[in-house]
Design a protein around this ligand. Structure first.
Ligand code: BDP
Length: 765
């Protein structure tokens, strides 16, 4: 609720209207009030396009004008399915109909064969002798890829959309529509595309009670109470959106898994959802707890080497496959943050993983085993080293259908981390990348942060495992070590909010994840530009500034939250707002505190991870280790991740570290101000509903950014005892006011209240 409070202060500072702060229960109320303020102060100007609630995402299919579409506007243009209409081809046809009707303003009739110019023929060589005869070179595109080509059939110019599988055709249909949505030529098409990664999965952290862990877009979209009888139309709209960007898997439930999901009651519900998603090429997966043989199976052990436990998992997996044909597999969080695991029985992570993998193997199911394993014991080693130390010695010990799911960085989805040292270090193990699309640590739903750049940075990081160019992308797409089970997962940011993601710009992160999962070498900038064109307008006067704003947005958040390689400086529990002073305590293990990571003291700031400190650098390939360990070569944006340095240390710019740190906080706030100004200039290009929501959220973000800057500077200055660099205003409140301020409830955070006693003192500015 700080956002609302700060909005008050800032509204007063601007001489605007004053909002009364009466309700501390929801950040959503803040948004509504600020939106109202925006209206009253004249942010939303002239009438524009119709209101748009964001439900249609990037699949809006608004009318497209121009002669280049003439062929398809002709009355003879038709849709020609190549072969019998299976549910997947029916979905492809429905999408082409919907998309073309919206964009061309006319509905293309279906015809059994190509009879006129402008026909769109879609199907597989298996279903259509004509497509088979065309020899499109489909071998190149594998099971899920597609070819789109303009050819002449019986004298008529025809667009062919073909794939080896029907889902390839569906992906091709979306690609063809995107071509029009982004105003790209469609007259002489020759597009060949195939995904580089096999398993492209959204991980939902949704609980069976409808809540979402770290979810900021409302409740779960899965309505467990209504299933299996009622299938909300939202499910197929969700599936359409996923298929449009090539996502082919969904883990339905939280990694902190409830055992109930394995009971017949819930498996019937899972089966119903799987049935809706199947035509769109999406497999369902489940997160399961390691202790399920005890909790569900009534055994007295979950020991992976116990024959009764093995038999139980075999039976359970068989039951799942009976109930859910085409089931994808299981996801396991074990020995982590209180979850049980093989460690409880003195077994290795590989023994634990293989237990489930063997039950899944007969059905070609995969087991995704998370590498996010660490101990919160105060005496354990540097937290960021633990996962590597546990898993690296197990390379080669995992079954072939196990994929180790590794977070992009060794800590936990922070605004910036170096890449996880396991990438490149396990040549004999399948490794998949786990990204967080929900912005748990990046301002949650109200902040505008385009994550395409973060994902791109993670994928392009060079592990040097086999020399230069051994990027994380090449580890996970299998081109470095030749794995066949390749994968990428993103923790979903999707909920029951009408606009799916809590804000319009959060939709771009779902989109960017899917596009990078299909092609991890794609450019974040190009993806942003495409998304803007499809989501808003093609007008360059809008596209260019908005793409610039998106591209700068992640660095802005790094600047005002965790500059120069700092990490985990947020409030405990809610992970919302600054908390650099958060120190270990009786209920807070050291590595859940901020001071553990900043190591700020009178001598300086930063975590020494060189040989003189925890030596985490040694987990990287020699070239990378040398770079990170060397003050000359360590990237400055990771400096304090690897080094503890005096406050007066000279940066490459010649500035003192302290000055530089402070200027980063200030720069982050300045960037958010710039984003707001940019957005306000663009009002005339956006419908009022989406304009106002975004404007209101940017106002909240500015308050949050100022809060982060002021609280962080106040705290670190109390330690460095150095003056602020010229031009930087001191924080308006004393440190103790920031320290005392606490937000009790944040959406997506289970029961934060008790850590935050009711406080009657004034809210800091
Ligand atoms: C942390 C989240 C927590 C998750 C955990 C995980 O705060 O809610 O359960 O990651 O990835 O960042 O398991």
């Amino acid at each position: 609720m700080i956002a609302l409070a700060f909005c008050n202060a800032s509204a007063m500072r601007r001489g605007g209207i004053m909002l009364q702060l009466t309700d501390f229960t929801g950040r959503r109320a803040a948004a509504a009030l600020i939106a109202a303020a925006g209206l009253l102060t004249g942010l939303a100007l002239a009438p524009r396009a119709h209101a748009d609630d964001g439900y249609r995402l990037w699949l809006r299919y608004v009318p497209v004008h121009g002669a280049w579409l003439a062929r398809y506007r002709r009355s003879a243009a038709e849709l020609v399915p190549g072969g019998a209409l299976s549910p997947t081809l029916r979905a492809a046809r429905a999408e082409l109909e919907r998309g073309l009707a919206g964009m061309l303003g006319r509905r293309l009739p279906s015809a059994p064969s190509v009879t006129a110019g402008g026909a769109i023929l879609f199907g597989t060589p298996h279903g259509s002798p004509l497509i088979r005869a065309l020899r499109l070179g489909l071998r190149r595109v594998g099971r899920e890829g597609y070819v789109i080509r303009t050819i002449t059939v019986r004298g008529h110019p025809t667009t062919v959309i073909a794939g080896n599988s029907e889902v390839g055709v569906l992906y091709g249909a979306f690609r063809f529509l995107r071509q029009i949505q982004t105003r790209r030529p469609i007259d002489a098409l020759d597009i060949v595309s195939r995904p580089k990664i096999r398993h492209r999965i959204l991980d939902f952290w949704d609980n069976l009670d409808g809540s979402v862990e770290r979810g900021y877009a409302g409740d779960s979209i899965w309505k467990w109470d209504e299933l299996p009888q009622y299938l909300s139309p939202r499910y197929s709209d969700f599936a359409r959106a996923c298929a449009s960007i090539g996502i082919n898997g969904v883990v339905l439930n939280n990694v902190n898994a409830s055992p109930y999901v394995l009971t017949p009651l819930y498996l019937a519900k899972v089966a119903a959802l799987a049935g809706v998603l199947r035509p769109y090429g999406i497999r369902v997966y489940l997160s399961v707890p390691f202790s399920a043989p005890i909790t569900v199976g009534r055994l007295d052990s979950a020991d992976p080497l116990d024959a009764a436990v093995q038999a139980w998992w075999r039976r359970k997996v068989a039951a799942i496959y009976r109930e859910v044909p085409g089931f994808g597999g299981l996801l396991m969080k074990a020995d982590s943050e209180g979850e049980p695991g093989p460690e409880n029985y003195g077994r290795t992570q590989a023994q634990g993983a293989n237990l489930l993998a063997r039950a899944l193997a007969p059905y070609h199911g995969i087991l995704m085993w998370r590498a996010f394993v660490y101990s919160t014991n105060p005496h354990s080693e540097d937290r960021v080293k633990q996962s590597y130390d546990i898993f690296k010695p197990l390379d080669g010990k995992f079954d072939r259908n196990v994929i180790l799911q590794v977070k992009n960085g060794p800590l936990d989805f922070q605004p910036r981390e170096p890449f996880h040292p396991l990438f490149g270090a396990m040549p004999k193990t399948n490794l998949m990348l786990e990204l967080e699309i929900t912005k748990e640590y990046l301002g949650q739903q109200t902040s505008l942060v385009y994550l395409g750049t973060l994902f791109e940075e993670a994928l392009r990081a060079d592990t040097w495992a086999r020399g230069r160019g051994s990027t994380v992308a090449r580890v996970i797409d299998g081109s470095l070590y030749g794995e066949r089970q390749t994968g990428i997962a993103g923790v979903a940011n999707i909920g029951s909010d009408r606009n799916w993601c809590g804000s319009i710009f959060n939709q771009s992160n779902w989109y960017a994840f899917g596009r990078l999962a299909w092609n991890p070498d794609a450019s974040a900038r190009a993806i942003a530009a495409q998304w803007v064109r499809m989501t808003f307008t093609d007008n360059p006067a809008f596209v260019h500034p908005v793409v610039r704003m998106m591209m700068a947005s992640r660095e802005a958040v790094v600047d005002y939250m965790d500059p120069l390689g700092l990490a985990s400086q947020m409030a405990a529990g809610t992970h919302f707002g600054p908390g650099p002073w958060v120190a270990p305590g009786p209920h807070l293990p050291p590595d859940w505190s901020s001071t553990y990571y900043s190591r700020a003291d009178a001598t300086g700031i930063g975590f020494d991870r060189t040989a003189s400190g925890s030596d985490a650098v040694a987990q990287y390939a020699a070239h990378v280790a040398d770079e990170f360990a060397s003050l000359r070569h360590c990237p400055e944006d990771l400096l304090l991740w690897f080094h503890h340095l005096p406050w007066t240390y000279r940066m490459r710019s010649g500035r003192m570290l302290w000055d530089s740190l402070v200027l980063h906080y200030a720069r982050g706030v300045d960037e958010v101000r710039r984003m707001r100004r940019t957005w306000h200039r663009l009002a005339r290009y956006v419908d009022p509903q989406r304009f106002r929501l975004t404007a209101a959220f940017l106002a909240i973000q500015q308050q949050d950014a100022e809060w982060w800057r002021d609280a962080s500077i106040a705290y670190f200055q109390s330690i460095s005892r150095l003056p602020l660099p010229a031009g930087v205003a001191p924080p308006p409140d004393p440190l103790k006011a920031y320290e005392a301020f606490c937000i009790p409830f944040v959406e997506g955070t289970p029961g934060a209240g008790p850590a935050c006693p009711p406080d009657d003192s004034p809210v800091p500015h």
